[in-house]
Every structure is written in structure tokens, then in C-alpha cells.
Design a binder for this molecule. Sequence first.
Ligand SMILES: NC(=O)C1=CN([C@@H]2O[C@H](COP(=O)(O)OP(=O)(O)OC[C@H]3O[C@@H](n4cnc5c(N)ncnc54)[C@H](O)[C@@H]3O)[C@@H](O)[C@H]2O)C=CC1
Ligand SMILES: O=C(O)C(=O)COP(=O)(O)O
Length: 598
Amino acid sequence: MSAAASSTISVATTNPLKSLSLSSRSPLPSASSISFPSRNPRRLVLVSCTTGDGSKPTILVAEKLGDAGVKLLEDFANVDCSYNMTPEELNTKISLCDALIVRSGTKVGREVFESSRGRLKVVGRAGVGIDNVDLRAATEFGCLVVNAPTANTIAAAEHGIALLAAMARNVAQADASVKAGEWKRNKYVGVSLVGKTLAVLGFGKVGTEVARRAKGLGMRVIAHDPYAPADRAHAIGVELVGFGEALATADFISLHMPLTPATSKILNDETFAKMKKGVRIVNVARGGVIDEDALVRALDAGIVAQAALDVFTKEPPAKDSPLVQHERVTVTPHLGASTMEAQEGVAIEIAEAVVGALNGELAATAVNAPMVSAEVLTELKPYVVLAEKLGRLAVQLVAGGSGVKNVKVSYTSARATDDLDTRLLRAMITKGIIEPISDVYVNLVNADFTAKQRGLRLSEERVVLDGSPENPLETITVKLGNVESKFASSLSESGEVKVEGKVKDGVPHLTKVGSFEVDVTLEGSIILCRQVDQPGMIGTVGSILGESNVNVNFMSVGRIAPRKQAIMAIGVDDQPSKETLKKIGEIPAVEEFVFLKL
Ligand SMILES: NC(=O)C1=CN([C@@H]2O[C@H](COP(=O)(O)OP(=O)(O)OC[C@H]3O[C@@H](n4cnc5c(N)ncnc54)[C@H](O)[C@@H]3O)[C@@H](O)[C@H]2O)C=CC1
Ligand SMILES: O=C(O)C(=O)COP(=O)(O)O
């Protein structure tokens, strides 16, 4: 996914003044208010799901989930376990739910997010494969998707091995035959596994465990996975090979890659033609990685001697499917993850992830949001608040804020460029800019997508400062280009609306507006006035606010030179009335002023 906000980052060092271009950042696959309650530094309102009235959230569990997981959910939320819903029933219920938990049998398409009308904040996939969830739609709707990637690994691997052995020894066919009253010992002579070559396609969690077990059975194991590190393979005596070599040398092929556009029908007429005659195939990954019609042809042509399949393109497959009915094919109804142990583990893993996400914690198993470690989060906490507030301030300084298209963000820091993860900051600046001028809800999940959709181009620049990097950041500057300002003094020399801030003692401060230096904490609201610097101004404005019972929390004056123009920044706890603001505007020395909400 390309992200509008993830353009080239140029890094300028202050010394020498040289710019260096970094490759584009890892895209933010795509949250309301952001809060950091001090008790838990990981708590960041990623998806804000606390119900406005303080009532419990509602979690819809659409497929059978282990009891321990349901119990965990019930301790936190209202839980509706409605199994076997039709798509229409799901679409009707979803607008009343904050989270949805599914397994592989529920399609969570765009219409589910549309029907939720913004309430659905988390989709939990109680398992690994998320090919049944429309991730793009989830991201567009700012809905976090989490999965349970580890608890069913062993179960799936064991099922792969069970199918491998059962296929090689015709267990299912022989069982059916005996039950039908036959006794055909010669018909069901099998093949041995020992000494045979097994090609594992997809050397991830399940593939690795299958490989380990197959080695124990005396097989030679090779694997193909373009993303797997060779040392992990070597460590268990597996050789990583190219796709072509895997196909050409394997006696058995076991599939363990996810279903993606790149892996869809990866086994097809062409690839079957490259296999050894008599190859045997096991699939506990996803039906869609095999062209099922081509597999039937390959079976009939004798290229494929046998297949053992747990998964199908359409589940359940048609009763009269020639593949399912094929004599040399062994089938199970998507049972890979179905052990008591795995289902209990998956239920707990997904329940914890969903409850955590609803609580505002960063999910370690987020599928469509950046994962930021707890340490980084703790350190960036005040800067994240600063980032959003600078965005909010900048956009309110624009006359007709909706015309904002170009945002330049500059971070100064003494840290090395690769030692600062700006994805969170960028998302929060985007949020700060977009939310005051629209009714769009922006969070960490959909920030880049929303920016792109609105034609908002956000470029980031890192300025490396000399000195020791005590803080992750010194300043953040937000500049909005090609806009008219409603407060002319906020324009930089190059004509952009410019605000700059820093964190002092853990508190975000506004430190620059246009070319004027100010110093005001970013709390409550701010009044900015440009005036002719002269004695008595602070007192005059202060008394107008005091008379109107508006509490001033901070005041600072930044000036070009004594008795020339100055900018007074006044932090106020309460919103002044129109009359109060009018009185400030009528002070003769005040040339312009603006009221900004944080
Ligand atoms: N039948 C069942 O009940 C179960 C099925 N599964 C399925 O098994 C598959 C693997 O699961 P895990 O191992 O947990 O996932 P994983 O993410 O740990 O491993 C997948 C591996 O596939 C590799 N891969 C991606 N594209 C590839 C390509 N074009 N060629 C070769 N390798 C490629 C990845 O690099 C990764 O190493 C998933 O599709 C999952 O949905 C998982 C658990 C139970
Ligand atoms: O985890 C996976 O990817 C699986 O395929 C398991 O699916 P299930 O949760 O048993 O419907």
C-alpha cells in the first residue's frame, strides 16, 4: 500500500548543511482522542472504543470460540455468541458491536464495515489466516484487525503430518473400504516416507514445525520461502531452495504459505507440469493456493499420485466436487487448528488481543497497524500529544482549512535518523489536521489512508542536531503550504503557515508561530494576538479575560525587536465568549488575533 504520508524523507545535518535522501519509509498499513493514562504506558487510544456513556463494549463472537476465551471476554464486555449467522444477520447485528471475533468460516467483507456505521473498532481473527477479512476496507474504516498467530501452529503442523502419513498409507480409503465390508490388502499398499524428499512451500511457523517432524520421520526436507532466513532452515537441517527446484525434486509437497494475490493458484497446470511424476501433495494452508481443476487434471494424468487436503477454495466444497470425490484424494473439513489444546490457546490469545485493543493498548498481533514497542511508546508519549496539537493549531490558522494539501513536517533530533520511528507522530499530525475540518475519525490504522484519500501530502524531514541525544526529539515543526492564513503572522518567510513546538519537562509547548518565538503550554485553548509591542498590553488583555472569568494558564510574548511588532500567546482554560474576543480585537494596539482550540 502506498501511503501519501510516507514520501521521501530528506535528512539535513546542521553541520555540514547537506541534505541526504532516505528511501521511503515502511508504509503505515494503514484512532479519536489519544490518551496516555499514566498507569500503563502501552495504553494509547489506538481505536478508542470506550463507550461514551461508560457502559461496557459489546463483542460479537460469530464462530465457536474456546470457553476460556469467552470467559475472558465476558469479564470485560457484553458478549454475544451468535454462531451460524447468515451474512444478512451479521450485517444487521454489527452496528451494535464494538468488536467482532471470527474464525475462517465468516467472511468479513466491506459490507460488514459499512453496516457497522463506524461502531466496529476491532476485528479479531481467532487463528492465523486473515484472507477472509477485507483488510483494505478495515483500514479505510479505521478498524483494527488482530489475529492469533501462534496458538494453533503445532495443531496445524500435526495435522499436516497426519495427512502426509494417512495419504501415503491410504488410511482413509482403507478405512472406508473395511467399513463397507471389504478386505482389500493388495489394493491399499502404500509408499514409505523414509528417505523421500519433502518440499515445504512456505517456511513460516507451521512449515518449520512440519519440517522438524518430517526430519524425525527420516525424510529429506527442502523448503522454498522467498522471505525465510537460510540460517533458520540450516539450524534444523533444511535446505532452502528456489521454487523450480522444490517442484522438480520433491516426492512430497506440503503447502504452508498464506493465501495472497501472489500465492493464489500457485500450483496450476504449468507448475504441476514441472513436478516429478507421482508427486504427492498435502495442503493445510488455504484451498486457493491450488488451482483445484488443474489438480484434478494432474491427478488424472498421473503427475500427482495422491493429494491430502484440509482446505478448499470454497468451504464447504460442493458435494459432487470431482476433487473431493477423487479416489486418490484424502480430505478433512478444515481441521488443522481443531485440537482441544489449540482452540483453548487461540481463544485466549484472541480474547486478550481484542480486550487489549478495546482498552486502547497497542496490539502485538495487529495486522493493519504499525506495531510500536512499549519502550518506544513510553518515550514518544509527550511528542505524540505535541504532534497532534501542532496539527490542530496549524489547520486552524488556515483561512478555510479544508484547502490544506501540502504538509511539511520537520523533526529536529540529535538521534541518528534510523533511531526515531515517526509513524506514530505522522499519524497524529494527520489526525490533528484532518479532524478539526471534517467529521472523519482518524486513528493509527487509517491515518495514511485518510490523508491519501483527501489528497493531503505529508512529507517528513529529519534534521540531525549535534550534541548528545538525551531526548528522542528536540522540536517538531508543521508547515502548511499553498494556503491563505487567517493570522498573517503565522506565515513563514516562504509563505507557509508554520508552527513549531517542543516538549519541556514532559509537557508539550508551542515555541514558534511563523517567525515569532513564543512559549505557551499546549493545553486548553490559545489566543494569538499580533500587536505593537508597548507597555501595558499584557495587563489590558489579562484584565479583559479576568473580567469574563476566563482563566489564563500561560502567557508569552515574542517580538521582533523592542517597540516593534510582537506576538502574544495566551493559554486559556475556558473558551472566551464572542464579546470577550471582540473586546480584545478592539484594543487599538492589536493588529490581528485568532482563537485556537486544542
Ligand atoms: N488448516 C488450518 O486449520 C490452518 C491453516 N493455517 C494456514 O497455514 C498457513 C501458514 O500459517 P503460519 O505458518 O502460521 O504462517 P506464517 O506467516 O508463520 O508462515 C507463512 C510463510 O509463508 C511464506 N510465504 C509467503 N509467500 C510465499 C511464497 N510465495 N512462496 C513461499 N512462501 C511464501 C512467508 O514468508 C512465511 O514464512 C496460513 O495460510 C494459515 O492460514 C494455519 C493454521 C491452521
Ligand atoms: O488459523 C488458520 O489460519 C486456520 O485456518 C484455522 O481456521 P479455523 O479457526 O479453524 O477456522
